[in-house]
Design a protein around this ligand. Structure first.
Ligand code: CA2
Length: 143
């Protein structure tokens, strides 16, 4: 049996659907989890969100043993965390870096992603429904 797909979400994404809907839409994080589970079908999904960098690193470490693929929306840690990049480099399976909004349409500080130095694929600007596309891609890739 294939291992789970880890869907990891970084800081502030617990507020999804409650602030700045013009950028991030109206979908809540609970609805994003449902979108991911439906897209995965029978495949196991581990879906998590944290505001803590340490916690996110620990989940990436857990994924090294437990996951076949990682879909990660690192939020602001995308642009700041060499520690997250180092942890992701230890993971041997496919990694999709995911952003709800198009980070390249934003201010310059949102243009340089450390995570992209390891990610196999990057998605940005597909909205919350984009999670379904990314999960389906990873299910196909790892089945
Ligand atoms: O578009 C994305 O998914 C982002 O990764 C979201 C991050 C942002 O720092 C990235 O540049 C792009 C987090 C945005 C702040 O969190 C919010 C969550 C809900 C509503 C408003 C803001």
């Amino acid at each position: 049996m294939s291992k789970a797909i880890y869907v990891l979400n970084g800081p502030n994404l617990n507020r999804l659907g409650k602030r700045e809907p013009e950028i991030y839409g109206h979908t809540t994080l609970a609805e994003v989890e449902q979108i991911c589970r439906e897209a995965a079908g029978d495949r196991a999904i581990v879906f998590r969100q944290t505001n803590s960098e340490e916690q996110l690193l620990n989940w990436v470490h857990e994924a090294i043993d437990e996951a076949s693929a990682i879909l990660i929306n690192p939020a602001a840690f995308t642009f700041t965390s060499l520690a997250l990049l180092d942890a992701l480099k230890m993971f041997e399976g496919p990694i999709v870096e995911f952003h709800i909004s198009n980070i390249h349409k934003r201010e310059q500080m949102y243009h340089k992603s450390y995570v992209s130095l390891r990610a196999d694929s990057v998605m940005a600007g597909f909205g919350a429904q984009g999670y379904a596309l990314a999960v389906k891609y990873l299910v196909t890739l790892t089945s």
